[in-house]
Design a binder for this molecule. Structure first.
Ligand SMILES: Cc1cc2nc3c(=O)[nH]c(=O)nc-3n(C[C@H](O)[C@H](O)[C@H](O)COP(=O)(O)OP(=O)(O)OC[C@H]3O[C@@H](n4cnc5c(N)ncnc54)[C@H](O)[C@@H]3O)c2cc1C
Ligand code: FES
Length: 277
């Protein structure tokens, strides 16, 4: 019988130091047939394992439009992530997934898309950004609002540069007051304020928001002001998980299993959930 908890063996092909505590791994499946057949949707996550140590839940940060590998971006925050941070190119880790639902990219066709993220919250959003940019003609205006505490905390710096250069992408990057350097060429301010001054239209638009809960809390009223409907605002939850498969009961909010019915929810769906999420 198939063991649903058995991870795929993955080789670390590339490591990018995003910040002082955050890294991105580019991973390839060691089993060539899995490498060929593996597919996922943007917004899904996986369980990444260090053998003998345990597993950690990360979103798949690469885009499903780019085949043959997956990427994850993690911040050193505990046992597994501290251990992962010691790994080198060529080393083997485990991965099982993809799990969960996804951002309904097909539903975004013909609409403006506003991506709003803070800190490491850009990881799940980056997957959708590249997914949409790889299918660029399907969408209208693309705005990316990304903020971090300081310049040193910005992740995907090379991609921020790339998006800046793209004529059909409006990137607004920001750092919190006091977090700027002398040569900082972005905005200074908190994400909700920066979003408000960027004034993207809520008409025929969807917004994808991911970041610290406090950022999301203050971003929702701004989106309301800009005319976004709650059903057109998507976010992804990071409730603590273990199995990722709807079996262990770790991740539930009320009756909802975030690993199965989420992690992607609309603001309208979140409103109907118990406040504990
Ligand atoms: C769907 C989903 C996607 C995620 N994507 C990413 C990602 O792309 N990159 C990333 O760095 N992290 C992500 N996380 C959070 C990540 O899973 C945890 O930070 C990670 O499990 C910590 O593992 P650890 O063994 O290093 O830490 P542990 O030793 O298990 O914990 C370290 C500390 O973090 C706390 N913690 C653990 N899990 C969570 C959690 N889910 N939420 C809040 N606090 C937690 C613990 O209580 C403890 O204080 C995601 C979580 C979910 C559920
Ligand atoms: S993580 Fe086990 S039920 Fe959701």
């Amino acid at each position: 019988m198939n063991n649903i908890y058995k991870p795929h063996l993955m080789t670390i092909k590339e490591i990018t130091d995003e910040t002082y505590d955050t890294k991105t791994f580019k991973l390839e499946f060691q089993d060539k047939s899995v490498a060929k057949s593996f597919d996922f949707k943007t917004g899904q996550f996986g369980e990444f394992s260090v053998f003998g140590m345990g597993e950690s839940t990360f979103c798949i940060a690469s885009a499903p439009t780019r085949k043959g590998y997956i990427e994850c971006t993690f911040r050193k925050s505990g046992r597994v992530t501290n251990s992962l941070a010691e790994f080198d190119v060529g080393d083997t880790i485990g991965f099982r997934g993809p799990y969960g639902n996804c951002f309904p990219v097909d539903k975004f066709k013909g609409k403006n898309i506003v991506f709003i993220s803070g800190g490491i919250g850009l990881a799940p959003i980056r997957s959708v950004i590249w997914n949409c940019l790889d299918l660029r003609k399907n969408f209208k205006d693309i705005t990316i609002v990304y903020g971090a505490k300081t310049v040193a905390d910005l992740i995907y710096k090379r991609e921020l540069e790339e998006w800046t250069k793209m004529a059909d992408v409006n990137l607004v990057k920001a750092v919190d007051p006091g977090g700027e350097t002398k040569d900082w060429d972005g905005k200074v301010g908190l994400v909700p304020m920066v979003l408000e001054s960027a004034k993207p239209t809520g008409k025929n638009s969807v917004a994808l928001v991911c970041g610290p809960p406090i950022m999301i809390k203050f971003t929702l009223p701004v989106l309301d002001k800009l005319g976004f409907d709650l059903k057109d605002i998507y976010t992804t939850l990071e409730n603590r998980m273990k199995c990722g498969l709807g079996k262990c009961g770790r991740c539930n909010v009320g009756k909802v299993y975030v690993c199965k019915e989420g992690p992607v929810f609309t603001a309208q769906q979140l409103k109907a959930l118990p406040a504990e999420y």
